[in-house]
Design a protein around this ligand. Sequence first.
Ligand code: FNR
Length: 358
Amino acid sequence: MIRTTHMEVFNLRDFEDVAREKLDPVYYDYFASGAQDEVTLAANEAAFRRLALVPRILRGHGPPRLAGSVLGCESSMPVLLAPTAFHRLAWPSEGEAATARAAREAGVIMIAAMLSTITIEEIAAAGGTLWFQLYIQPDLGFTESLVRRAEAAGCRALVVTVDSPALGRNERGDRNDFHDLPPGIFCANMRGSGRSDGRNDGHVRQVSLSPEISWRHVEWLRGVTRLPILLKGVLHPADAAQAVSCGVDGLIVSNHGGRQLDTTPATIDRLPVIADAVGGQVPLLLDGGVRRGTDVVKALALGASAVALGRPVLWGLAGGGADGVAQVLSLLRRELENALTLCGADSPGALTKDQVVG
Ligand code: FNR
């Protein structure tokens, strides 16, 4: 159990205090912040609190089973690691390798970010089941080379982030003048992108977040890989339906943890309409504000196959490297098991949407 001079950790939120104590305040702000007024950042967690859970009783089935699979990938619980950039800012010696080791040991899927600070090949060497997150770059030749590297590294799915035709306005970052990664830390996958040598260039300049990316690019990607493709950042039911007709294999209901367009709704509030639009044709995942086992249960009951965790993983990493991430996952697993038991569900699939009331 991680302890610091004055803190013991009992839940995921406690890890944020540990991380705040350990991190350079500029990096803490980078991880913690949302766009502009951080309305969406706050809304994600507030919406989970607002929803209530209705337990079913006397089902007598014993301890719940958490393990299952998503898009053919086994997972010891319906929780994935969301893609987050720059893990060496949290754990300089190993970065994403520490995160990947913890995910492997916990038997959960890690979505490796394109903007990682070690290469996808190095993450794969440390990791278990990996999916690769991609921002489609206008240079399709470079984008395809990233896809080929992810395939060769053994990644089992591609997660295309589609909520970023531009970078959200992050005022904490502006106030801190945080626009460059420190010497020795760089976007390791981005060498050869033509935009930088992948070295210590401004971190924003290393990636093209382009307003030109469209459905045409998703169709192009569908044609160049046989890996399952998920779109991450879907909030509108019409987009969800279009994604399914484009041959996309899964969707992640996400507002980027409140870091892109501020004042978007909380993800858990959008899940029911997206689930209706998709009608079970492809698996739905959700991220944003998941901090408790009860949050996971609410998302599962409302139609998600699994959830993904962003910041809590970073707080664990900053607090204790792979051990810190392992503790975050183990705390959440215990809470999820407890919440399912108290809800009278013997597995995630046994939850029903009438068990969540607004
Ligand atoms: C992110 N997120 C993200 N998403 C993505 O598709 N590519 C990326 O490079 C990043 N980078 C990133 C950095 C940091 C510091 C954060 C906090 C988030 C978004 C992430 O995948 C996820 O959508 C949110 O973090 C989920 O919300 P919570 O769990 O942080 O509330």
